[in-house]
Design a protein. Structure first.
Ligand code: HEM
Length: 391
């Protein structure tokens, strides 16, 4: 077998699959790669295999010897193994049972008018500011933070602080910084929990605190997991979604002509935005075989949902953004037992934003060339640094 391919793949265009990923994928759905920190891993790129393995409980996030396990990066939370190998499945089931009730369809329906009001306010400010403007700073960044703050009962005034910590925690290059960020975030969570115990509100942290058998440390950990997971990912999808609609011929206009397309447009944005080359990490708990390749227990397996979302066997002409195509089979929120708990919330935010943005700014366009935009490489979630627009 040839030498493992080095990650990250060189990205020649912010909106295209890296040429080396395309080549690698054509050679087989399971490939040997070397991660950014020099460890060897298996990259799985085929849609059928990624989907099947996401639902396979022989693979987990924990490792029996975490200090020796291969890593994707230096992030304390996502760079390597997570959790206790012996109790992983029970711990995970408990985490989901505590969090999922807060993201029920009933809760999400109740939240939609609030998301609409917050979006309308940000768009009023954007209109008052006038062109040119940075859509990232004006909308993609503040909206998910406003929403998650309201939902959790986290003071919006604290955003600069907790964002600095979540960004540090997601640093893929500097382990000490990542660990420090995580510790600060957890300390902040503990303070919030103490405050909510004294003075409960109508919010998720207060309800977690009031749940039988949930101690302060667990409530703080779960709350900060939501704060972490609940905004950065959505910020990225809002920015990339706007960029995809603005740069894909006819798509902005199509949405303007037929607002009924919004839910499907959101699925297509979710499918098309991630270009692969990373993926969801797993460690097989036993030896297994993927597409004829023997994978030893404990090896790092990267389930590349971005690459899977561009698998031509499932999505014809995958690099084309087409808001009318059947896109719902994408794996952007994962699949199976760990399917994203916040997916219903992210969908509400994306649907509200694209419905309102296109209707209010029918002539919006990019104010710079696509090649001038910078996609972040230092944090796990990627995303745009800014998104200059005119209308
Ligand atoms: C567009 C935005 C989002 C994307 C692309 C996204 C993506 C994902 C993915 C791929 C997973 C699965 C990870 C795995 O299999 O190991 C996941 C899990 C999770 N997400 Fe999201 N997410 C988004 C928004 C949110 C929001 C808004 C929240 C909460 C407010 C959230 C909370 C979670 C939680 C708690 C998990 C862990 C589930 C588990 O381990 O069982 N996410 N997310």
């Amino acid at each position: 077998m040839s030498a493992p391919t080095q990650l990250p793949f060189e990205q020649t265009h912010p909106l295209q699959v890296a040429p080396s990923l395309r080549t690698l994928r054509s050679e087989g759905t399971v490939q040997r790669v070397r991660t950014a920190v020099g460890d060897e891993a298996w990259l799985v790129t085929g849609h059928a295999e990624v989907r099947r393995l996401l639902a396979d409980d022989r693979l987990g996030r924990a490792h029996p010897a975490p200090e020796t396990a291969a890593r994707t990066g230096e992030s304390a939370l996502f760079g390597g193994p997570l959790g206790n190998f012996a109790t992983e499945q029970a711990d995970h089931a408990r985490m989901r049972s505590l969090l999922q009730p807060h993201f029920s369809p009933r809760h999400m329906r109740a939240l939609r008018p609030r998301v609409e009001a917050l979006t309308a306010r940000l768009l009023d400010e954007l209109a008052a500011h006038g062109p040119p403007a940075d859509l990232h700073a004006a909308l993609a960044l503040p909206l998910p933070i406003l929403v998650i703050c309201e939902l959790l009962g986290v003071p919006y005034e604290d955003r600069a602080q907790f964002r600095a910590w979540t960004q540090a925690a997601a640093d893929v290059r500097d382990r000490a910084r990542s660990e420090q960020g995580l510790a600060e975030l957890f300390g902040y969570g503990q303070k919030l929990v103490a405050h909510k115990r004294q003075d409960p509100g109508d919010d998720v942290i207060s309800r977690l605190c009031a749940t039988d058998g949930v101690y302060d440390a667990e409530a703080a950990m779960l709350s900060m997991a939501l704060l972490f997971a609940g905004h950065e990912t959505t910020v990225v999808q809002l920015g990339m979604g706007a960029l995809l609609l603005l740069t894909s011929p006819g798509q902005w206009q199509a949405l303007l002509n037929d607002p009924g397309l919004v839910p499907n447009a959101v699925e297509e944005i979710l499918r098309a935005a991630g270009k692969g080359g990373g993926g969801i990490p797993r460690y097989p708990r036993t030896d297994l075989e993927i597409d004829g390749v023997a994978i030893p227990a404990g090896d790092l397996v990267l389930l590349d949902n971005g690459a899977a979302n561009h698998d031509p066997a499932v999505f014809a002409n995958p690099e084309r953004v087409d808001i009318t195509r059947p896109a719902a089979a994408h794996l952007t929120f994962g699949h199976g037992a760990r399917y994203c708990i916040g997916a219903p919330l992210a969908r509400v935010e994306l649907q509200v934003v694209f419905a309102e943005l296109v209707a209010r700014f029918p002539t919006m366009r990019l104010a710079v060339g696509v090649q001038e935009l910078t996609v972040r490489r230092d944090v796990l979630t990627g995303g745009l640094v800014d998104l200059p627009v005119r209308w």
